[in-house]
Design a protein around this ligand. Structure first.
Ligand SMILES: Nc1ncnc2c1ncn2[C@@H]1O[C@H](COP(=O)(O)OP(=O)(O)OP(=O)(O)O)[C@@H](O)[C@H]1O
Length: 352
């Protein structure tokens, strides 16, 4: 059974479509991250799934239940969807247990069933024994776990997370990432996780949907998104790949022989790639200094601890900037000439 299906979902604010014909199928129990730059429509998409906004076109199905379509709108409180926001939205005057149990109270659940479900939810997020505290007596990470427990206490089949770690410091974020992963494994709930932080999306998600301008441009597991971006936007956004103009000379066995500036290289490509102008995605792992490679000039060298990151500009492609990583040893100065061998790269399919 599908956990969540979106079909042609569109939401307009005035003339502009904040979400534009989005189609997406999230499997039951899957952890999907929605990743994209500011203003691309992530929050609007989440609000449509939650039921806080009505669709202008298309449909949303949760489990086997149609919840959104034009002239058909199941209200948010009847969707059995759990939501965790970046501002934890806890009641300061209630205890931790009172916050977690709040949705149960609203639903009229009391007595032993209430106690048991609150205890189980607190246990699940590692806060057993914290029930009597107030939110002000907790750390940021603990507060976020209370928000998580409060969402889980209703046993939602779908959990929506809107940048839940955005307010935490870097170290806490890393440990909360582990907790989210463990939490997902324990509950088996379908999760849709909105973020603009690609490292977070990569660490957590089974698949990542990249959004741009209200549309979903690619949905894929983190590794294939990184290795085989479908569009120049995805290539540049994920892992900051360099996007450069190339000419495909010939294709054999999903390998394209391409001309890049004054050099040639064999790059990975999709079956069906044909000869002619194209764009390619190059990453530091596929570029090495030296050899018979591309003539280039060093623009910048930045020490990264253990390695130096170089930005080099191919002489034949003055608008391009290639990222290189070099280990110990002499570091070329900005302005120095450097040959760059292209060992790996990807011909971007949609660029043709
Ligand atoms: N209530 C609204 N009225 C008018 N325009 C809106 C409304 N909500 C969102 N928008 C517009 O819709 C577009 C998408 O906004 P949205 O908040 O979904 O983006 P986002 O990807 O979540 O951005 P961020 O990462 O900055 O939160 C933006 O251009 C925004 O200005």
């Amino acid at each position: 059974m599908a956990g969540l299906v979106l079909d042609g979902v569109t939401k307009r604010f005035g003339q502009a479509a904040a979400v534009d014909r989005v189609g997406l199928a999230v499997a039951n129990g899957e952890f999907l991250a929605v990743l994209g730059p500011s203003g691309c429509g992530k929050t609007t998409l989440l609000r449509l799934i939650a039921g806080f906004e009505q669709v202008d076109g298309g449909s949303i199905t949760i489990g086997d239940r149609l919840v959104s379509a034009p002239r058909h709108h199941v209200p948010a409180e009847r969707r059995r969807v759990g939501i965790v926001f970046q501002s934890y939205a806890l009641w300061p005057h209630l205890t931790v247990a009172g916050n977690v149990g709040y949705p149960l109270t609203v639903a009229g659940i009391r007595g032993q069933a209430y106690e048991a479900r609150v205890d189980a939810a607190l246990d699940l997020v590692g806060l057993a024994g914290y029930g009597a505290r107030r939110p002000a007596e907790l750390s940021g990470g603990q507060r976020q776990r209370v928000a998580l427990a409060r969402c889980l206490v209703m046993e939602p089949s779908l959990v929506l997370l809107d940048e839940p770690l955005a307010n935490l410091d870097v170290h806490l974020r890393a440990s909360m990432e582990d907790e989210f992963a463990a939490f997902h494994a324990k509950t088996g709930a379908t999760m849709v996780y909105i973020t603009h932080d690609q490292a977070e999306a990569m660490a957590l998600a089974d698949r990542i949907a990249v959004m741009d301008g209200g549309r979903i441009v690619q949905v894929a597991p983190p590794r294939s998104l990184y290795a085989e971006p479908e569009t120049p936007m995805v290539a540049g956004f994920i892992g900051k790949g360099a996007v450069v103009e190339v000419t495909v000379l010939e294709v054999e066995d999903a390998r394209a022989l391409v001309r890049i500036g004054d050099a040639t290289a064999r790059l990975r490509c999709r079956a069906g790639t044909t000869a002619g102008p194209a764009l390619a995605c190059l990453r530091p792992e596929g570029l090495v200094p030296g050899g018979e490679g591309l003539a280039a000039t060093v623009r910048r060298a930045t020490y990264k601890g253990g390695a130096t990151s170089l930005e080099v500009v191919p002489d034949a492609l003055p608008d391009a900037s290639l990222p290189l990583l070099i280990g110990d040893g002499p570091v070329p100065e900005p302005g120095a000439p450097l040959r760059v061998s292209v060992r790996d790269g990807w011909v971007i399919p949609a660029a043709r």
